[in-house]
Write a protein that binds this ligand. Structure first.
Ligand code: ZN
Length: 133
């Protein structure tokens, strides 16, 4: 595994604008912008804190995985994302170790990254994302 750091923490929200005010105005985090990620049917907003970001994730469609998460669990922490410099190698290694993967091959993520998710059944309830720049 080639994990380097926590890239971001993903938080599922119903409304990026409303929630964004908490991170921008109350916590004073630097707002990096929003982006639509079509492969995941979400709109995301990033806030920088040190080497890590907070990622607000809002579904853009009722069949988005995040819409299902909000319907069953409500708003809150959705996933943790680790930065890697060898996502294919890491996915192969995880598969070999018996991990259940949501994405066996990387998909396009925000900011031109390639991402893949590990199923929360493998990680005791924490949806885990890998991202490579
Ligand atoms: Zn993420």
């Amino acid at each position: 595994m080639m994990l380097e750091k926590i890239d971001h923490i993903g938080i599922a929200v119903k409304d990026i604008e409303t929630t964004g005010k908490f991170y921008r105005e109350m916590l004073g985090l630097e707002f990096l912008g929003t982006e639509e990620v079509e492969s995941q049917k979400v709109k995301v907003a990033f806030f920088k804190i040190g080497e890590t970001n907070i990622e607000l994730v809002m579904p853009t469609s009722d069949d988005s995985p995040v819409a299902k998460f909000l319907a069953t669990k409500g708003e809150g922490i959705h996933h943790i994302c680790y930065a890697t410099n060898d996502i294919e190698g890491d996915l192969a290694s995880l598969k070999e170790k018996g991990a259940r993967l949501i994405n066996e091959t990387p998909r396009p993520g925000a900011h031109g990254t390639r991402v893949a998710f590990i199923h929360p059944k493998t990680s005791m309830g924490v949806l885990t994302e890998l991202a490579q720049k």
